[in-house]
Design a protein around this ligand. Structure first.
Ligand code: HEM
Ligand code: HEM
Length: 365
């Protein structure tokens, strides 16, 4: 799982605490009796509010140059969109709140200072502007409270119910957060939505290929299969229900030579008439130090044998634009499947081991 950078986390939590504090103090201070204490509280509110504006400049600069880590692949598309929109609105409100507060104070003739330091005058005294800015400050404050209920609610929901580690993306590595099961179950009864959806991939034929390399009388022959389909269900963050099924039309074998291809499709090799399809079906997909491995069964020329397909996986882009590139290779004993009978059997003319190479490009279904 990818995390936000330390700087992004630091800014998020410092600014988040200040924002929540300012909302609470703002709502409380307006009803204080008119006395020097009230003005003092107002000044602190203004100083911390202006601090948010200053930190926001740093934060937006950092975010611009350090994109947010990708959400887990299994996150439903609508949730990616809602999260992006909510985060955008939160940034917007972190700008609107201090600006409207600053404008209101200037226009009302109560020029703010920043912890004792003078700040530029945004607007001359003007009761109409002061009235508008006050309205915006109040309304934006209410909108922010609503949005934060959604934002914090979503973070808690992901942590306790969906349990997909979203909250941990904003928490330093090594810091353990409690994840009480019972509380989650109670909440699950109230909020029964949002489970990670199955992640199905659609193969993009351009950029995908299935090739093989064999040795014939000491020289290398490179060939391919032109027609194959794959069903791929794979969420790299949760491999429990992962499934890979590949069906190859063996008659689509090609080796760059018509006569040789005819022989390969014949009864001594792939037997395209008797066994037109070769099928690989995984029973388990697991992580390895180099990437992943799909263990399962290959049925070729009517013979079924266990096979493990190692592959690396790169996923680029976000949301609907996600693009996956999986590639790897495996060595097969062709004799184990009876491919190459009679005079072709063994290891003499054609080497027993054939290397199969695969590159699969896919988009989210
Ligand atoms: C207890 C309070 C909070 C919790 C538990 C919390 C949790 C989180 C988490 C887990 C993320 C990362 C989401 C992801 O992985 O995509 C996040 C992002 C964010 N949070 Fe909060 N948050 C809290 C308070 C706040 C407050 C008060 C604000 C601002 C007013 C805020 C603004 C943001 C923004 C703008 C992002 C997006 C960061 C980015 O992608 O650049 N959060 N929050
Ligand atoms: C940056 C985040 C800020 C937040 C979250 C925030 C929040 C709030 C809230 C919730 C209120 C109560 C509004 C109501 O009457 O319902 C308030 C009032 C107020 N805020 Fe802010 N504020 C921020 C920044 C600022 C800044 C930078 C200034 C000025 C430089 C400012 C000046 C004021 C003033 C003067 C009031 C009182 C308005 C009145 O008397 O009705 N605020 N603020």
């Amino acid at each position: 799982m990818q995390r936000y950078s330390g700087v992004a986390m630091g800014l998020h939590w410092v600014m988040g605490l200040i924002m929540i504090g300012l909302l609470a103090v703002g709502l409380w201070m307006v009803d204080l009796p008119l006395a020097p204490f009230k003005f003092e509280v107002y000044q602190w509110h203004k100083s911390f509010g202006l601090l948010v504006l200053l930190l926001l400049v740093v934060r937006v600069g950092w975010r611009w140059t350090h994109p947010a880590p990708m959400l887990p692949v299994g996150t439903p598309r609508w949730q990616v969109k809602v999260a992006e929109f909510t985060h955008f609105l939160l940034y917007f409100l972190m700008l609107l709140m201090p600006l409207s507060g600053w404008l209101m104070s200037d226009a009302a003739g109560y020029r703010p200072h920043f912890f004792g330091l003078a700040v530029p005058l945004l607007w001359a005294q003007d009761s109409v502007v002061a009235g508008w800015a006050k309205w915006v400050h109040e309304m934006a404050g209410k909108a922010l409270i609503g949005l934060l209920i959604l934002h914090v609610g979503a973070a808690v929901h992901h942590h306790l119910i969906v349990r997909d580690g979203i909250l941990l993306r904003m928490v330093p590595k090594g810091l353990r957060l409690p994840q009480p099961k019972l509380f989650g179950l109670v909440l699950a009864g109230i909020l029964p939505f949002g489970a990670v959806q199955a992640v199905e991939w659609q193969v993009v034929p351009e950029g995908s290929k299935l090739e093989w390399e064999a040795r014939y009388s000491g020289s290398q022959i490179i060939g391919n299969f032109g027609v194959w389909q794959a069903e791929i269900r794979l969420n790299p963050d949760d491999l429990a229900d992962a499934k890979v099924r590949v069906v190859v039309e063996v008659a689509s074998v090609g080796s760059g030579d018509e006569n040789r291809d005819k022989t390969l499709k014949g009864i001594d090799f792939f037997d395209a008439v008797g066994h037109p399809k070769a099928v690989f079906e995984s029973s388990k997909v697991s992580k390895t130090s180099a990437g992943f491995v799909a263990a399962g069964t290959l049925t070729l020329a009517g013979v079924s044998k266990p096979l493990a397909l190692p592959f690396t996986l790169q996923i680029q882009g976000d949301g609907a634009q996600r693009l996956a590139l999986a590639q790897g290779q495996v060595s097969l004993s062709r004799n184990a499947f009876g491919v190459g009978k009679g005079e072709w059997q063994g290891n003499a003319t054609i080497a027993d081991l054939v290397v199969v190479k695969y590159v699969v490009k896919a988009t989210l279904k």
